[in-house]
Design a protein around this ligand. Structure first.
Ligand code: NAD
Length: 266
């Protein structure tokens, strides 16, 4: 199934599930930047929420807001019982401690899944795992190579694949070429999250490998992935229309998860 079709099907399921509740889940999106990319991402998130029946509130602060004031605002939404999910859109104003801001969000409202105590999985890894499940990928004992070790994608993805009993190799900027080529040649699953256009291009891979392209690289208004298109593989996710859609879907699922947990507590 294409990612687009998978996402549409999953969104329909969420919509049906939410129609059985008498209240809507509520997501608050905090923005303290004037970044056009952020505006586009937020518009997409609000549209996704509308599509499935989640209430989304977009709260904007001036870029001059102090870290203390932003932390106070996060606290206010943490204490607001009508809010199920809370996220702060990046980039943050310059000089802010991103870890402190991220970790100020209550773990049970942390729908981005960035808080170390969050019960929710980070959105990009979650989307990838869910899609691979839908594609009947049998994780057990498979060799998965993750390229990139960021806390948003690489590390949580590697750890999620490990949880699924894959044998996981993590490649990063200090991995030597010989090791890289040897690991890629034996990989059943290759996930690339580096942020460099066509980082994976002509390296030897198994024709049965599954290629997951996380990268989003903009050049002259066109989007490129981290993997050169058209590799000879069992499956290669496209860019655009690939992992980005899965990430958006996971945010909706995390909001619904936070909402259902709150419903069961009240
Ligand atoms: P990041 O810059 O935080 O991390 C990049 C990682 O790549 C680092 O861990 C680094 O070690 C590794 N790296 C750099 N050069 C390398 C090399 N030569 N060999 C091996 N590894 C190397 O980036 P990120 O936040 O993880 O994002 C990566 C890409 O994924 C970006 O293009 C970003 O825009 C995209 N992204 C997409 C989604 C989505 O939903 N599709 C979500 C998050 C990030």
């Amino acid at each position: 199934m294409t990612i687009k079709a998978f996402v549409e099907q999953e969104k329909k399921t969420l919509k049906t599930k939410l129609s059985s509740f008498s209240t809507q889940p509520h997501l608050v999106i905090i923005q303290a930047n004037e970044n056009e990319g952020s505006n586009i991402y937020i518009r997409g998130k609000i549209q996704d929420c509308e599509d499935v029946g989640i209430k989304a509130t977009h709260v904007r602060y001036p870029i001059t807001i102090t870290q203390n004031d932003l932390l106070k605002e996060i606290q206010r939404f943490n204490e607001d019982d009508s809010v199920d999910g809370l996220l702060v859109q990046v980039p943050l104003p310059e000089g802010m401690d991103s870890k402190m801001i991220r970790e100020a969000i209550l773990p049970q409202k942390d729908v981005d899944g960035f808080h170390p105590l969050s019960s929710m999985m980070a959105c990009t890894p979650k989307g990838i795992i869910d899609y691979l499940h839908a594609e009947n990928f049998s994780f057990n004992g498979k060799h998965a190579v993750v390229i990139g070790r960021s806390f948003i994608v690489g590390k949580p993805l590697a750890s999620a694949l490990l949880e699924k009993d894959c044998t996981v190799s993590i490649l990063h900027s200090k991995t030597d070429l010989l090791t890289k080529h040897a690991l890629l040649a034996s990989a059943d699953l290759i996930c690339v999250a580096v942020g460099k256009k066509w980082f994976l291009s002509d390296e030897k891979i198994k024709p049965s490998a599954i290629l997951v392209d996380v990268g989003i690289n903009r050049e002259d208004g066109t989007l490129f992935g981290d993997i050169k298109p058209g590799r000879h593989a069992a499956l290669q996710t496209p860019v655009p229309g690939g992992v980005g859609l899965l990430t958006r879907l996971s945010l909706l699922k995390n909001v619904v998860e936070a909402f259902e947990k709150r419903q069961s507590r009240s």
